[in-house]
Design a protein. Structure first.
Length: 288
């Protein structure tokens, strides 16, 4: 090949390369990727479904796409109004535009959970809450767990679930619109993915509650709170051990605060990654 013809061939090749669409290389977050591709992928789908279960049972809104799940009670619920991202956003502005309708109604803050670092969203009205860690624990069949003594009571009736909710609202604390709890729907008792537990003080008063959620092949310590006067007396650990022993063949997960993280690590949980958590308040003006 002459020098001139080689130059022409190179130019033709370069032109074809520059105009062709870039090859997509899998990153493990495509919609068709199995949930079990990684424990992180499993958990974001698990976490999204947990929030959806609570919102749907309380008569709220659940919206699903390949990229995120919205679970919104439409009133203040602390962390329970949530958008969980299922894949790293390619365009953050486009994502926030798509979420805008969920900010235009309802009340209380809407949370945005991202497993991936985000750009500064403050210009769009979001505030950074923090970077809560995700911890995982091997199945109790592989890493034994001592029995909880006394064992927390499993909630089985609507009346008991109402007491559970009262304790949760006071202990966390969680907002209670018009002075009333508004977090749970009684039909959650029929959801076999969820188990609620409650423990009592020496006088028989309910003082500590927890929830246990199983979905996509893993279980999570879905919620836990103890009234201030009863803290430091082992309720958290007993609830955790009871949940781990109830599903001994499953990996367990949980998003913990930095305050409760040492308690989780003490019973075998290990830190995996930190989420990025943003929130956007919804005022009366935004609803109009």
């Amino acid at each position: 090949m002459t020098s001139a013809s080689a130059t022409s061939a190179f130019a033709t090749s370069a032109s074809a390369t520059s105009t062709s669409a870039p090859e997509h290389r899998t990153d493990g977050w495509e919609a068709a990727t199995p949930h079990a591709d990684s424990l992180c992928r499993t958990f974001v789908h698990h976490w999204a479904e947990q929030n959806a279960a609570f919102a749907a049972a309380a008569g709220g809104i659940v919206a699903r796409t390949d990229r995120f799940v919205v679970a919104d009670h439409r009133h203040e619920t602390g962390f329970f109004n949530a958008v969980v991202l299922l894949a790293p956003p390619q365009d953050w502005d486009a994502l926030l535009d798509e979420l805008a309708p969920y900010l235009a109604g309802g009340a209380g803050s809407l949370m945005l959970w991202s497993l991936w670092p985000a750009p500064d969203l403050r210009g769009r009205g979001w505030s950074l809450m923090g970077h809560p860690p995700l911890l995982l624990r091997a199945p109790a069949d592989l890493a034994p767990v001592p029995q909880a003594t006394p064992e927390p009571q499993v909630v089985r009736t609507a009346a008991e679930l109402a007491v559970w909710e009262d304790v949760a609202v006071d202990a966390y604390p969680l907002p209670a619109p018009d002075g009333r709890p508004a977090l749970l729907g009684p039909n959650l008792l029929a959801d076999d993915r969820l188990t609620f537990r409650m423990s009592h003080d020496d006088a028989g008063r309910p003082v500590s509650v927890s929830a246990h959620f199983t979905e996509h092949g893993i279980a999570s310590l879905a919620f836990g709170a103890t009234l201030p006067a009863a803290r430091g007396r082992g309720h958290w650990a007993r609830h955790a051990r009871a949940r781990l022993r109830a599903r001994p063949g499953l990996w367990h997960a949980g998003i913990f605060s930095d305050f409760s993280r040492p308690l989780a690590e003490a019973i075998g949980f290990v830190p995996i990654v930190r989420f990025t958590l943003w929130f956007h308040p919804r005022s009366d003006e935004e609803q109009s």
